[in-house]
Design a protein around this ligand. Structure first.
Ligand code: SME
Length: 155
């Protein structure tokens, strides 16, 4: 199965699983678990929440991760500032990259916004041991997938 098909299936599954489920911790936990299981070549899948002007670790899969990330620091901190998805082909060439897991070689970080407005919620961060593992397909689908974390209502 190609990457696109994996994401399409993942979105359908998550839409069903989060139908009328609005608990954020429960949904973030199952979302990172599903992504980690279904998307190939990952060594980490992590939610960070924007709280008191910094990113704080949320539900994740993978090795122990850093718990506080200041604005503009690392890839996640950059996304918290720009509010734009960041694809990093080689994390070793990204100035200020925070190496939580030495196995990581590439990374994608997607901003997440509270539903209905533009208030910043946090980021979804995927790490890969492969160089250049992420492309615009990952960006397009992860940007669709991440907001499902707020739950799917009846209408
Ligand atoms: N590498 C990230 C930090 C988070 S960990 O990868 C889970 C960064 O540079 O922001």
């Amino acid at each position: 199965m190609g990457k696109k098909e994996i994401y399409v299936d993942l979105i359908k599954y998550i839409q069903a699983l989060f139908y009328h489920e609005f608990d954020l911790v429960a949904n973030m936990s199952n979302m990172v678990s599903l992504i980690y299981e279904k998307v190939p070549n990952l060594n980490g899948t992590t939610f960070y929440r924007w709280k008191n002007d910094e990113l704080i670790l949320g539900p994740f899969q993978g090795r122990v991760a850093c718990m506080h990330i200041p604005l503009k620091k690392g890839v996640c901190g950059k996304v918290a500032f720009t509010k734009k998805t960041e694809i990093v082909a080689d994390v070793h060439k990204f100035s200020g990259h925070i190496a939580c897991d030495s196995r990581s070689n590439s990374e994608i970080v997607v901003p997440v916004f509270w539903p209905g407005h533009h208030r910043f919620f946090g980021v979804l961060d995927l790490d890969s041991p492969l160089f250049n593992n992420f492309d615009s397909t990952d960006a397009v689908y992860l940007e669709q997938l991440a907001p499902l974390v707020f739950g799917i209502s009846k209408n």
